[in-house]
Design a protein around this ligand. Structure first.
Ligand code: M6R
Length: 612
């Protein structure tokens, strides 16, 4: 949600801010803005625009701010309070116009704070919760900007990542965090801040991640971190290990397509050094679990949101199949509110690409409170969930910029299977059985390449269905989570209404919707339930629904139902979701492209959902 950027140094700030906002646009793209603080300190230059960062660039070109200003903050918004409009765009300014603030998060008690301020004559210019922060900072007592920010935050309830500048303190940026990610970086004589470290790739030499309750004070070339009570806090900075090229499109039309094509390498990176073929097991040092601890686990609860949830469901199947540990999945948004039963012999496995999803983070905290063993599977190194869990597995999939998650899903599946394998080998899985799983995992990059090679054919199939208004995705066993994921991919980027169903469930209601205009994407690779899935496809054909099949190469049976077949190489059923989901990703991508939708920035969505 919302991208925050800030720069203070010896170079002009504006180009840094605009570039950073472009890199973070996937976090929100309703509106954008910058506030620049000139050396003279007489005024702040604010520019804001509705729409994406290119609209802000136009506004800046039409009405140039002080381009020599060496300090400034910027924001790209995902609206929560107040419609996307210029007046609701950040930065928001204080009544005197001397303080500007950008905010990511939600101020829960903003109405109460706003009423209190209004009663003393404050006039507000937006419908946002964020604007009250600018007013509070101006009202607050303090000899420095940091002291004023600390005092202003005292009555605030809710979540925030904020950056504040003031023309009374030129060259200073104060940032604070509670529940919304903030990374601060330094490079030579510059200091910088971003809500996503990827925005600092190639810019910051070293970065530090703030924790909740931290306030950082940035001045050219340095930063210090203090608590809200103004005591020093040690947050060591470390080199930023993100390749700047990874946050560019690299010749692809969209980040999503680039990321789909990066999946073989992403899987290689995820698996590297973690598979032990001779022992038929996996090595996941970040779990920091010995065999005794693993053997004493009685159950596993997996929790996540969205695509990560569907990967987690795949993991539940693998935990039970390989390790025989009773496992279940919980919507992260439900977890803490329904007071779930977990105990010290429960492993809570949380999945999150970003590592910042508010509901998943809340579930992690609740499980810790209840004494469960908390493990995380995250992509973003140093993210809040990864740090709070303390033990886990990083995906090493590389930055995922497209709002639709792709490579993270495949790597989550791989990480979960490695975890299941490792747990299985402390229990009922023999070395020979484990070796089969290792081999299957090693084959995943090649399985993905085989599907990528069919990109043109998938585009041709997509042409036939691009005008559909509804679609179903069906599968059984490991293909059931894959069906849910395929439907999510299609709906979020193409806006085609799509439902994922267990293939056997269709006849319990949704089959009533089938007709010639409603295609069914049937996931039918070889596996234990192949025949049953074929029978379900037959039921769809009997209702005249057209079928797109994703099936094993040269499967003669599938040809009886359709000519629109995307082939996946033969592989064990527990890994077949990997190539199948790639086929679904490409299908969704091409449908969205043919419908002319903004694939990397679908309407109403944001990459990292840091509000409940
Ligand atoms: O960063 P996370 O994996 O925690 O994000 C969870 C969901 O918000 C995310 O997977 C979302 O569903 C994606 N847009 C799916 O493509």
């Amino acid at each position: 949600m919302c991208g925050i950027i800030g720069f203070t140094g010896q170079a002009p700030a504006l180009s840094f801010l605009l570039d950073g906002l472009r890199r973070m646009e996937y976090r929100g793209y309703d509106s954008a803005g910058v506030a620049l603080c000139g050396a003279s300190g007489d005024r702040l230059d604010i520019r804001r625009a509705v729409g994406n960062v290119s609209e802000l660039e136009k506004a800046v070109a039409e009405n140039p701010p002080d381009r020599s200003a060496r300090c400034g903050i910027g924001h790209t918004r995902w609206a929560t309070h107040g419609a996307p409009s210029e007046r609701n765009a950040h930065p928001h300014v204080s009544p005197s116009g001397k303080i500007a603030i950008v905010h990511n998060g939600i101020i829960d008690n903003f109405a109460e704070l706003k009423a209190r301020l209004a009663a003393t004559g404050h006039v507000f210019n937006s419908d946002t919760d964020s604007e009250v922060l600018a007013h509070l900072v101006e009202e607050a007592a303090g000899n420095t900007l940091a002291e004023k920010v600390m005092a202003a935050l005292t009555p605030v309830r809710g979540t925030y990542g904020i950056a504040v500048v003031s023309c009374d303190w030129p060259g200073v940026i104060v940032v604070a965090r509670k529940g919304s990610p903030i990374a601060v970086g330094i490079a030579g004589s510059a200091a910088m801040v971003a809500s996503d470290p990827a925005a600092l790739a190639g810019r910051a030499e070293r970065v530090a991640y703030l924790d909740d309750g931290d306030v950082a004070i940035l001045t050219p070339g340095s930063f210090e971190v203090r608590s809200l009570a103004n005591t020093p806090v040690d947050r060591p900075a470390s080199p930023l290990d993100i390749d700047p090229a990874a946050v560019e499109k690299g010749g692809f039309e969209h980040f999503m397509l680039k990321e789909i094509f990066e999946q073989p390498e992403a899987l290689e990176n995820c698996l590297r050094g973690r598979l032990l073929p001779d022992e038929g097991t996996a090595k996941l040092s970040g779990l920091r679990l010995g065999p005794r601890e693993m053997a004493s686990l009685c159950n596993i609860v997996v929790t996540a949101c969205g695509t990560s949830y569907y990967a987690g469901l795949h993991g539940v199947y693998a935990f039970e199949q390989f390790a025989g540990i009773p496992s279940r999945i919980e919507q992260a948004a439900e977890f803490r509110y329904r007071n779930p039963i977990v105990s010290p012999d429960t492993a809570l496995v949380s999945l999150s690409q970003s590592g910042e999803t508010a509901d998943t983070l809340a579930a992690v905290r609740e499980a810790k409170r209840k004494g469960a063993l908390v493990l995380s599977i995250c992509n973003v190194v140093g993210s809040t969930i990864a740090r709070e869990a303390g033990r886990g597995v990083y995906l090493h999939a590389g930055p995922e910029i497209g709002v639709a998650s792709t490579k993270a899903f495949l790597c989550q599946v791989a990480a979960l299977e490695m975890m299941a394998l490792l747990l299985g080998r402390t229990r009922r899985l023999s070395g020979a059985e484990g070796a089969i799983v290792v081999k299957a995992l090693e084959s995943t990059p090649e399985l993905v390449r085989a599907v990528l090679a069919q990109n043109d054919r998938i585009a041709t199939i997509a042409e036939k269905y691009a005008s559909a208004n509804d679609a179903f995705f069906i599968g059984r066993g490991y293909q059931y989570p894959a069906a849910l994921e395929g439907a999510l991919k299609l709906k979020e980027i193409s806006y085609v209404h799509a439902e994922g169903y267990h293939a056997a469930e269709l006849k319990h209601g949704p089959i009533a919707l089938l007709e010639p205009a409603v295609p069914v994407v049937a996931l039918a690779p070889q596996g234990p339930e192949h025949d049953k899935t074929l029978a379900n496809i037959q039921e769809c054909r009997a209702r005249s629904a057209p079928v797109v099949a994703i099936a094993t190469e040269s499967d003669p049976a599938i040809r009886a139902f359709t000519e629109d077949i995307i082939e996946v190489p033969p592989c064990p059923d527990f890994i077949a979701a990997v190539p199948v989901v790639v086929a679904e990703q490409l299908f969704a991508y091409h449908v969205a492209r043919l419908r002319g939708e903004p694939i990397d920035r679908p309407r109403n969505l944001a990459k990292s959902v840091t509000v409940e």
